[in-house]
Design a protein around this ligand. Structure first.
Ligand code: GDP
Length: 297
C-alpha cells in the first residue's frame, strides 16, 4: 500500500504525544526528530525534509500549540497543513487553449507511464469536457510504442496520428497538428519518446517538438515508485522544457512517498493528476489535502 511505512511511523510518533496535557519544548523537538527520520526513510529529498521540519517546528513551538489544551491534535494539524502546502495546497486544473486545439505534450522517462497516462487523460477529457482528442505518436524509437498508443486509442475511441518509425518526430507532430486542424479536434495529446535516463539527444528532440507545437501543457509523467529520483529527473526536464505540470503514476503500488512529497517543492510545478492503476479510468485529479490525509492515515 502507498505510504504504508511513512503512515505507520507518523501515527506512532503522534500516539506518543497523546495523553500529554502540555508539551514541553523538548517534547516538540523529540517529535520533530522522529518526523524527520520518517520522511527521510520514505525517501523524501533532504532539503525538502529540512525546510519542512523547520517550518513545522517553528509553528509547533508557537502559542497555537504551547497554549493549547489539546497540543497533540494541534501538532497533527500543523503537520497535516504543512504536508498539504508541500504538495501545492490546491488542485491545479489543466491549462486550456483559448482556441482549439489545446495541445498536451507528455514527457518523461521510459516506463514512467506516458502512453498509459495519455490514454487516461483522453478518457478523462472525453468524459468531463466532451473532448474529441487526437493522439500523435511521436515516439519513433520503439515500434511497440506506436502499437501501444494505437491500442489505447482504440480503447478510448480516439484516433491516433502516426507515420511509423522512419520519420523525424518533429515532422510527424507538424503533420499531426495539420490533421487535427482539418478534423477540428479540440485536444491533441502528443506521446513522446522516453529514455532510461535524461540524455541530450532526447532533450533536443523534445525542445524541437515544443518549439513547433507550442503546447499548452507539458506534463512530466513521473513514476512514484522511483522516490526522490523522480523529483530530480523532473527538475532536469523542467530546466530544459519548462514543464507545466506533473502526473504522478503508480500510486496504487507500495510507493514510500519520496516522489509525492519532493516533486512539487523541487520543481515548483504542480502535480495535476495521479495514476492509480493500469486501467484507463484509473486517473484522478490531484488534491494535496486529500493526499496529506492519506499519508497521515
Ligand atoms: P511509457 O514508456 O512512459 O509510455 O510507459 P507506459 O505507459 O508503457 O507504462 C509502463 C508500465 O506502467 C505499463 O505496464 C503500465 O501499465 C504501467 N502503469 C502506468 N501507469 C500506471 C499506474 O498508475 N499504476 C500501475 N500499477 N501501473 C501503471
Amino acid at each position: 500500500m502507498a505510504f504504508e511505512g511513512l503512515s505507520e511511523r507518523l501515527q506512532k510518533v503522534f500516539s506518543s504525544l497523546r495523553g500529554k496535557g502540555k508539551l514541553s519544548e523538548d517534547d516538540v523537538r523529540q517529535v520533530m526528530r522522529e518526523v524527520r527520520m520518517a520522511l527521510l526513510e520514505a525517501d523524501v529529498n533532504f532539503d525538502v525534509v529540512k525546510d519542512f521540519v523547520k517550518q513545522v517546528r517553528e509553528r509547533a513551538l508557537g502559542s497555537e500549540v504551547m497554549d493549547s489544551l489539546t497540543p497533540s491534535q494541534q501538532v497533527i494539524k500543523i503537520v497535516d497543513d504543512e504536508l498539504t502546502k508541500l504538495m501545492g495546497t490546491e488542485a491545479v486544473p489543466l491549462n486550456k487553449a483559448p482556441h482549439i486545439p489545446t495541445i498536451i505534450m507528455m514527457v518523461g522517462l521510459q516506463g514512467a507511464g506516458k502512453t498509459t497516462t495519455a490514454g487516461k487523460l483522453a478518457k478523462y477529457l472525453m468524459a468531463n469536457d466532451k473532448a474529441r482528442p487526437l493522439f500523435i505518436a511521436a515516439d519513433v524509437y520503439r515500434p511497440a510504442a506506436i502499437e501501444q498508443l494505437k491500442t489505447v486509442g482504440q480503447q478510448v475511441g480516439a484516433p491516433v496520428y502516426e507515420e511509423g518509425t522512419d520519420k523525424d518526430p518533429v515532422e510527424i507532430v507538424k503533420n499531426g497538428l495539420a490533421k487535427a486542424a482539418e478534423d477540428k479536434n479540440d485536444y491533441v495529446i502528443i506521446d513522446t519518446a522516453g529514455r532510461l535516463e535524461i540524455d541530450e539527444k532526447l532533450m533536443d528532440e523534445l525542445t524541437r517538438i515544443k518549439e513547433l507545437a507550442h503546447p499548452n501543457e507539458i506534463l512530466f509523467v513521473a513514476d512514484s515508485m522511483t522516490g526522490q529520483v523522480a523529483a530530480k529527473v523532473a527538475a532536469g526536464f523542467d530546466e530544459q522544457l519548462d514543464i507545466t505540470g506533473v502526473v504522478l503514476t503508480k500510486l496504487d503500488g507500495d510507493t514510500r512517498g519520496g516522489a509525492a512529497l519532493s516533486i512539487r517543492s523541487v520543481t515548483g510545478k504542480p502535480i495535476k493528476f495521479i495514476g492509480q492503476g493500469e486501467k484507463l479510468d484509473q486517473l484522478d485529479v490531484f488534491h494535496p489535502d486529500r493526499m496529506a490525509n492519506r499519508i497521515l492515515g
